[in-house]
Design a protein around this ligand. Sequence first.
Ligand code: SF4
Length: 397
Amino acid sequence: MNAAAVTKRQQTLQRKLLAWYDRNGRDLPWRRSKDPYAVWLSEIMLQQTQVATVMPYYERFVRRFPTVHVLAAARIDAVLKLWAGLGYYSRARNLHKAAAEIVREHDGRFPDSVEALRTLPGIGRYTAAAIASICFGRRAAVVDGNVIRVLTRLFNISDDVRKPATVNRLWGIADSHAPARRCGDYNQAIMELGATVCTPGATARCDICPLQAQCAARKAQTVAELPRKSAKAVVRHETHIVAAICADDRWLIRRRPSDGLWGGLWELPSAQVSGAATVEAVRRLARSLGVPRCTVSTQPFCVSNHQLSHRLIRFTGYRCSLQGTEAADSMNADLRWVTLAQFSKLGISQAMRRIAEALGAGESNDRGTRSISRRQSRHGKPVRSAGTPRAASRRIA
Ligand code: SF4
């Protein structure tokens, strides 16, 4: 294909895509302005996540943190709390760090070039190009999962898209097709086509596609096979124990380290174990938290599986009651005693929310028994002693 023909083909694709997008682009909240804060936030939330899932999170987030200044001034706990359930929590932590950097280093204004945007935490090649093209009219192509699907089909590319060389090739094609004018709209158009028309496998709606005449895969009848991906990495199985340590209707929770899985979120203390979940492992975990003596129930209150992209985690939760008055001697800012209702209002993962719900359900089943004990106490039978959780609660309230 000579240079003139390539240019003509590129122009045809650009014109058809933009005309289609003008008529069919969805009215999404972050598309109603070119505000880089709104676009940045939506792009970060949409990574690995569907539009329908993102929508309520986005609306809540912009209500609570309407500007980059408000986000920068917020506590990370408040940010993680609004993010809870959306997954990939490093996105929220980076968002918070980047907001602080924009306020501190750029006087609260977003940088307008791809290069400068890429220096901010959590902003990679794709997000920088999306913000620069949509908000600042820069000519910068984007490649995400939707774009990969459209391009491999348009050009009938059967190389493995899990290989960096293939992705680089697709970035090159995307770049050569990005128009100088309306590049932000063009980027949104190709992503929109991938999301709503050029959908995975046999669901592609080629009959209504504006690019059907240009599509090589359609001609070759390879649409359903593309993009080609090598097998995913094997899913790893992990066993984690959860220590639900209770004293006077309060539970010991801790904040996870800021790096790694669910970083910065709160949890009922948990730990990965190499073999089966055992009561002894739970005791060890409790000791490591400064709770040297506690009674661990022999039966778990829940066994719950949580699937992540490359791991399947099996949580086994045990109730633990304090013996004696020691309660988390190493108490620090990352350990707290809270009721289950308070716990549910903090930033916690979906996996931990399910575990807390199982714990709460067990608690309500136990309430009948507890109220009998209280009635008995009114008749003169003591139900507490110095070694029961009431004594501990003096130190943990
Ligand atoms: S014709 Fe079909 S496969 Fe080709 S770009 Fe359009 S929807 Fe995708």
